[in-house]
Design a protein around this ligand. Structure first.
Ligand SMILES: [Zn+2]
Length: 260
């Protein structure tokens, strides 16, 4: 059995990002990228090659989006060249699991063009088995370095689950409740908390729980996370400001024992 350097992983996780830290302001300044350079066939060479750099790039891209200064997703003159550069393969540096909500345009809000993000979108950012398989595929076969599980403000899926309060939703919507099983039980409403504040808290807790649960559900992701080849990072997108709030990567220490 391979001994996993769990204490090292834990230390690195602790150092990565302070809770609620606004990563964009802490991220390293993005190297100046002309639109032409970003879309040249060589653009794939500038992909982050480790989890820390991958997370910093997402933060930098989001900062550009918030500031109204997108670079990578602005110039349409090089779309053909971008497609041509990607025909032979893909190596997306980040996996994004987020909600299907039309107000969460993942590529724009991270300012990343085609070939950079491997995105799984399902209402409530609660991946089903195929969503999980998609994430495993990207992490294992495409070499993605970071997996962001991103909820968002004013999430209708979280609201529906909250308002149903355990009573089955109609049609196949019950699957949303199954995907968020345990959310309401783990996070009861505070007596002094209004519905809006409670809803916002559930959105954050759901993103954190979904990220943590990936480790329990996937031996493959657990192994990659333990080896620090992939960071699994909960996040929350704020519709009004456009800001993505990143939280600490989930810790593999809390997952199932590695020995067998
Ligand atoms: Zn949503």
């Amino acid at each position: 059995m391979r001994a996993l350097p769990l204490f090292l992983a834990t230390t690195a996780f602790a150092l990565l990002a302070q809770e609620h830290a606004a990563l964009p302001s802490k991220a390293k300044p993005h190297a100046p990228v002309s639109a032409a350079a970003a879309h040249s066939p060589a653009a794939t060479l500038d992909s982050p090659d480790n989890p820390s750099a991958a997370l910093a790039e997402l933060g930098a891209g989001n900062a550009r989006f918030v500031a109204g200064k997108r670079v990578r997703t602005l110039d349409t003159n090089h779309d053909a060249a971008m497609r041509a550069a990607l025909v032979g393969g893909q190596a997306p540096f980040a996996i994004v699991i987020t909600c299907s909500d039309s107000r969460v345009p993942d590529a724009l809000l991270f300012d990343q063009e085609a070939g950079r993000l491997f995105t799984i979108r399902e209402a409530g950012n609660a991946p089903d088995l195929q969503g999980l398989a998609s994430a495993e595929y990207a992490a294992e076969h495409l070499g993605s370095k970071v997996l962001v599980v991103m909820g968002h403000s004013s999430c209708g899926a979280v609201k529906a689950v909250r308002e149903a309060a355990g009573k089955p939703l109609p049609g196949n919507l019950w699957a949303l409740q199954a995907g968020m099983a345990g959310l309401l039980e783990s996070t009861p409403q505070d007596p002094n908390e209004d519905a809006k504040a409670y809803g916002a808290r559930l959105e954050e807790v759901n993103a954190r729980r979904q990220a943590q649960t990936l480790l329990d559900r996937s031996a493959l992701l657990r192994e990659l996370a333990a080896a620090e080849k992939v960071w699994i990072v909960p996040a929350l997108y704020h519709l009004a400001s456009g800001k993505v709030q990143f939280f600490k990567p989930v810790s593999v220490v809390a997952a199932a024992p590695a020995h067998h």
